[in-house]
Design a binder for this molecule. Structure first.
Ligand SMILES: Cc1cc2nc3c(=O)[nH]c(=O)nc-3n(C[C@H](O)[C@H](O)[C@H](O)COP(=O)(O)O)c2cc1C
Length: 666
């Protein structure tokens, strides 16, 4: 399977076993700049799963550029622990790599003991909320020296290669970007001068590391920041890097401030591969593509089409480190999906917390959360086939228990169907694909259209019960909720019924806002039609943009709180709010709906009663736990655990992790 993806590649003098790179990805498993057991287990698992290169990073080269929480190779004392890690990765056949990092203006004073960050020019950074000090020539030399020394330490520790980060908006990007580099000396101004810092750095690294040692770079194929480098300029930048001595260029896109989504589901699978292709056209060294390369078929096609020589799988290998092995063994259906929800990774990092994975309860807990084969396999009844029930069933089955899942509806998946319905959310349905494959693999029996009651429990005689009854939509105490024009968000997302031209949504939480997008998106241009119209200049660009976002219904959201989207994750909320604006969705906050009659919505705002007329009104006022069976099961005397939304309404990760942990206790 996948002849391109599985073929070896030579980087400088090193043969790497396949084309898969696990790239640098800050996971915050320590707050003292040091490696620990959690890191060892985490990276070892990546190597065990089959990746060709496993990158440890970001790794700071000095304190001012990385601070107190990023791993560091700034001192010799770090060498023994990095030596251990390199050996652990090599033990499983992967090539260990280190990404060397300097944040420049992005160094938040909070993480550098209140010191002033340094950067090419003293330009305020919205990301670190600080104005850096302009680097002197002495600073430039010191930072380059720090990179070289850290690289030598990585080499001494046994790492097979070193990457420097010239992407993401960090120090090297700041030198290269006309937007962040306003220097008037030899390190600023024209292209050649702006390239001087990275060029000198690469040359110094090459000289000290020796001609045969793999040295690679990560760059943005387009900064996606107005006034900075675009994909018209980046090929010339890549050529300078190649000439200076790098052996591979890993191409990503954007900075932290970029207003083009780089990580959420909105970015289509392999959406930035064209940037890698754009660089590959002008260089001879291998190029790696990055971002949202989730599917082995997509990865293979990138290589087969000649867009890149390698693929980076970041969050994808956190969701399933065994992605490479499963792909090569023809078991791609068994890959745990990265749905790019950003909840366990980006949202956590932005809150200063360690990374976990929504869909993989073992990620970051590789050393402690293990599914052991049970010495006394039991007959297990799982009630409910939503995320919690399915994860529990699969975990119990892997442990060797005999598992039957009972679902009152006619299919598995529960709320995953609803969560995956809005625009750019379909990736969530990948969880259902995964659970179906696991059900087949572990011979889990599934009884659909079956409501469990006391009699069925008595008849089946399970030895352990997992209750995952889920939730039901909450009906708010509003007069007229039984009006014929009223629908529930769950029904709309599930059944996509005919709706009129004017639609109201009551409730501005995540479900309400995503339902608003779902409704507003209906009747907009399909991507292939957009492609066709654009290719033939059939409509103007402005008109196409309008048609992309103008559907068949106009949508207004009513929220009684001062703000909408309180339960939307930190790292994705700006994308969601941007979409609401693009679709022209009207938001009325501090608007308490009091009644609905024949489509007339009466609401109180600013102490006044106002009204608006709609064809349909959709209720999105949250959900509440279903606890029909919980007490019954308690009385049965059979050991049991209650999991998922029927305990407390929460997010998908709570359901999946809760199901997993409960099944470990059987
Ligand atoms: C939490 C988090 C931390 C990251 N840290 C780094 C980093 O330090 N250096 C880097 O080059 N990329 C970093 N990235 C970007 C990833 O390496 C990768 O390019 C990105 O996640 C997109 O690829 P994916 O869709 O395969 O995850 C980070 C991404 C995430 C989600």
């Amino acid at each position: 399977m996948y002849p391109y993806l599985s073929s070896p590649i030579t980087i400088n003098s090193l043969e790497v076993r396949n084309r898969i790179v696990y790239p640098a990805l800050g996971v915050l498993y320590s707050y003292d700049r040091k490696l620990n057991d959690r890191y060892y287990h985490f990276f070892q698992e990546k190597a065990r799963g089959g990746a060709g290169i496993v990158t440890v990073g970001p790794v700071g080269v000095d304190f001012i550029g990385s601070g107190i929480i990023v791993l560091s190779l700034a001192e010799d004392e770090a060498i023994p622990s990095f030596t251990r890690l390199a050996a652990l990765i090599k033990e499983h056949g992967a090539a260990p790599w280190v990404q060397l990092f300097h944040a420049g203006a992005y160094s938040h004073p909070f993480i550098i003991d209140g010191k002033e960050p340094i950067a090419p020019s003293p330009i305020f950074s919205k990301y670190s909320k600080a104005t850096p000090r302009e680097m002197t020539l002495e600073d430039i030399d010191m930072v380059q020296t720090a990179f070289v020394q850290a690289a030598l330490r990585a080499k001494q520790a046994g790492f097979s290669g070193v990457e420097i980060i010239a992407s993401g908006g960090y120090l090297i990007t700041q030198f290269v970007s006309p937007l962040r580099n306003h220097r008037t000396d030899q390190y600023g101004g024209n292209f050649e001068n702006r390239m001087r810092f990275p060029r000198e750095l690469i040359e110094r690294l090459r000289e000290k590391l020796g001609p045969d040692y793999p040295l690679t770079i990560r760059m943005a194929g387009n900064d996606f920041v107005p006034g900075s480098n675009t994909d018209a300029e980046t090929p010339a930048i890549a050529k300078v890097y190649e000439k200076a001595g790098v052996d591979l260029i890993n191409v990503t896109g954007g900075w932290h401030e970029t207003k083009v989504p780089q990580l959420p589901m909105d970015l289509p699978r392999s959406g930035f591969s064209y940037l890698a292709s754009n660089i590959k056209r002008v260089v001879s060294v291998p190029v790696a593509a990055s971002n949202r390369i989730t599917d082995p078929d997509v990865a293979e096609k990138i290589l087969q089409d000649g867009c890149a020589d390698m693929v980076s799988l970041g969050r994808v290998l956190i969701a399933d480190p065994y992605w490479p092995k499963k792909a090569f063994q023809g078991k791609k259906e068994e890959i745990r999906p990265c749905v790019a929800c950003s909840q366990g990774c980006t949202d956590e990092i932005f809150s200063g917390k360690p990374v976990f994975c929504t869909g993989n309860p073992m990620a970051g807990y590789e050393g402690e959360r293990k599914i052991e084969k049970s010495a006394q396999p039991k007959k297990v009844m799982v009630i409910g086939a939503g995320a919690a029930g399915l994860e529990a069933a699969v975990t119990a089955a892997i442990a060797g228990h005999q598992v039957t899942v009972y679902e009152k509806k006619d299919d598995i998946g529960g709320q995953l169907y609803i969560a995956g319905a809005p625009p750019h959310k379909n990736e969530i349905w990948e969880f259902i694909r995964y659970y179906r494959a696991m059900i087949r693999k572990y011979n889990i029996s599934v009884r659909l259209n079956t409501t469990v009651d006391k009699d069925l429990i008595q008849k089946e005689k399970p030895e352990f019960i997992l209750v995952a009854e889920g939730a039901e939509a909450l009906v708010p105490p509003i007069q007229g909720v039984d009006d014929p024009c009223v629908l529930s968000a769950w029904d709309v997302l599930k059944k996509n019924p005919l709706l009129g031209k004017e639609v109201a949504i009551i409730g501005g939480g995540a479900v309400g806002l995503e339902t608003a997008l779902f409704v507003a998106d209906r009747g907009t241009l399909r991507p292939d039609v957009l492609h066709f119209l654009f290719a033939y200049d059939a409509e103007s660009v402005d008109r196409l943009r309008e048609l992309m976002f103008r559907g068949t219904s106009r949508v207004t959201v009513f929220e009684m709180l001062p703000k909408v989207g309180k339960d939307v994750g930190k790292s994705t909320r700006w994308v969601l709010f941007g979409n609401l604006e693009k679709y022209g969705i009207q938001i009325r906050t501090q608007a308490k709906v009091s009644s609905i009659k024949n489509g007339t919505v009466m609401y109180e705002t600013d102490g006044k009663i106002e009204q608006m007329q709609f064809d349909h009104v959709i209720l999105a006022s949250g959900s509440r736990p279903v606890q029909r069976l919980s007490q019954e099961v308690g009385k049965s005397g059979i050991p049991y655990k209650i999991i998922g939304d029927c305990v407390q309404i929460s997010k998908i990760n709570d359901a999946i992790h809760g199901g997993f942990l409960a099944a470990l206790t059987i």
